[in-house]
Design a protein around this ligand. Structure first.
Ligand code: GDP
Length: 360
């Protein structure tokens, strides 16, 4: 493998998206729906299943969103959804002292409204200063709802009776009111001009796919408009990531599922990882990605790759990973003094320890 990278070093990476919300409000269903829509719309291979994450490229988003998205208006490559929803993964997964996720979806069941974990999620999002939108989910459960699978919210809204529409409006305004009680100025997303100041509420159904085109459009627009600068990375630089999970994998020993948010990691890199007691210095043995479903029956679930660039989810097999921790930093050493990289990882670990104490 050559170490000379001919790519344009500055490129825009995919924003990393997390899904939060109260239990049973539909976080998993929403992720499944987005994945499912992307698979249906995509040509083979266009949507890629990463380790612990799903990449939905811009062309798929624009196919799902139809008239709502003109791909020419965007230069971010798409969205990377972290597959494990929930607060625990959000607070554990960090990057350089901030949240690993660049942007979040807070799911609220329109019938159940605000619940303890909704409030907790708001608190977490506000503390980490993560931009977010609210998915007002389960709109299909409004009595009398007329389902229009996968359609944009405006189309399906037009197709509802006056009574159904006003029932939905009532529920949506209740959510907007609740957000306001918590100090967030919010409105239905099509009325929001400045998503930095106001929280957009997107009515959706994770069951029927209604409103999912809008949700993807708003996430893409919000990222493009307000986060483009943060997405500028040096793709040819040494990779930087966060451990999602430490797992024993048959044939590979202990592995770390990692979300890479900067640079590139290669199969022959030396890496430094946050460990229980001290940074672990080791050499990558293999970089593993999930094999496409069709090929799994005959071979291992994973295929080896030579390198991956941010943002992506990747399984790293290497010696000495037993003490690696979920949430800890991973850094590629490449052409730098090892002590410097160990120092960076040690400093990041100290930050995490302080924050964990503060959060009690
Ligand atoms: P999570 O705990 O937030 O991940 O919630 P789940 O995705 O597991 O959903 C909880 C329950 O709500 C499941 O039975 C889902 O089928 C159901 N559900 C989720 N979204 C919708 C929706 O949009 N409409 C309807 N009718 N049911 C939904």
């Amino acid at each position: 493998m050559s170490n000379t990278d001919t790519r344009d070093p500055t490129s825009l990476r995919t924003p990393i998206v997390a899904v939060l919300g109260h239990v049973d409000h539909g976080k998993t269903s929403l992720l499944d729906k987005i994945r499912g829509s992307a698979v249906i719309e995509g040509e083979a291979g266009a949507i890629t299943q990463h380790i612990g994450a799903t990449a939905v490229p811009l062309d798929i988003i624009s196919t799902i969103a139809g008239d709502l998205v003109d791909p020419d208006d965007f230069d971010l490559p798409g969205l990377l959804f972290i597959d494990t929803p929930g607060h625990h993964s959000f607070t554990t997964l960090r990057s350089r002292g901030g949240a690993l996720a660049d942007i979040a979806i807070l799911v609220v069941d329109v019938n159940d409204g605000f619940q303890p974990q909704t409030l907790e999620a708001l608190e977490i999002l506000s503390r980490s200063q993560t931009p977010f939108i609210v998915a007002a989910n389960k709109i299909d459960t409004v009595p009398g709802w007329n389902v229009n699978e996968d359609s944009p919210i405006n189309d399906t809204y037009e197709a509802q009776s006056d009574r159904v529409r006003s029932r939905l409006d009532e529920k949506l305004y209740e959510i907007i009111g609740n957000l306001s009680d918590e100090g967030f100025s919010a409105d239905l997303y099509w009325r929001v001009q400045n998503f930095q100041r106001n929280v957009g509420v997107v009515p959706v159904s994770a069951m029927t796919g209604e409103g999912v085109p809008d949700l993807l459009t708003v996430m893409m627009g919000l990222s493009q408009r307000y986060m483009k600068e943060e997405m500028e990375i040096d793709v040819t630089g040494p990779g930087v990531g966060t451990v999602l999970e430490v797992k024993d994998e048959k044939g590979f020993g202990t592995t770390i599922d990692t979300v890479l948010y900067d640079g590139t990691i290669r199969a022959d890199d030396q890496i430094v990882i946050g460990g229980k007691n001290e940074p672990i210095v080791t050499d990558v043995r293999a970089l593993l990605q999930p094999r496409p479903l069709a090929e799994i029956r005959t071979e291992s679930r994973f295929e080896k790759v030579d390198e991956v660039s941010a943002a992506s989810g990747i399984k790293v097999a290497a010696p000495d990973l037993a003490d690696a921790m979920a949430g800890a930093p991973v850094r590629v050493v490449r052409n730098r003094p090892l002590e410097d990289v160990v120092g960076e990882v040690r400093a990041e670990l100290a930050d995490i320890a302080v924050d964990t104490e503060e959060q009690g």
